[in-house]
Design a protein around this ligand. Sequence first.
Ligand SMILES: Cc1cc2nc3c(=O)[nH]c(=O)nc-3n(C[C@H](O)[C@H](O)[C@H](O)COP(=O)(O)O)c2cc1C
Length: 157
Amino acid sequence: MSDSAHLYRLLYVSENRIEGDVAHVTREIEGILATSRRNNDALGLTGALIFNCGFFAQVLEGPRETVERIFEVIRHDPRHNKIQVMSAAEVKDREFPNWTMAYIGRSPSWEKALGWIKDDTHFAPDERCDRLFKIVMEMAYDAELSPDRTFAAPGKS
Ligand SMILES: Cc1cc2nc3c(=O)[nH]c(=O)nc-3n(C[C@H](O)[C@H](O)[C@H](O)COP(=O)(O)O)c2cc1C
């Protein structure tokens, strides 16, 4: 995506409020992704959505005013709460230039990669989520570099 305006990147985490069985949660996530990809494409936004461990993490990047506008909509979405902005800053380049919304969710390879964290009782739950989050971000960046990797579920719309 080409950029004329100043680029802005916002990263937040939130707590999942979607309840129900796996099929229902999956349908809801698919709905969020379909809407995101349609809207973000039209708005010139890119990013990644991560869903695991009962929380979401999302990276949104694009013109500042557009990012802030869509974030206002997203933050009022009842499907999540306890939204915490981790970082928000002007950036030089996009990290996800080819992804209207990359999705990193649960998958067997993920479970394998993250298994040690779930089993590691050394860390408090919050700390574990922090560590998980860092790994997730690395995976998101990895997925961007190699979109054919198995844990990178359908990326580009
Ligand atoms: C965790 C999460 C992330 C979302 N990310 C986006 C997004 O990147 N872009 C978007 O347009 N909507 C996103 N949504 C959905 C919005 O909250 C809202 O439902 C949607 O923008 C409404 O679009 P519509 O008016 O086209 O139906 C997200 C929702 C959740 C719960």
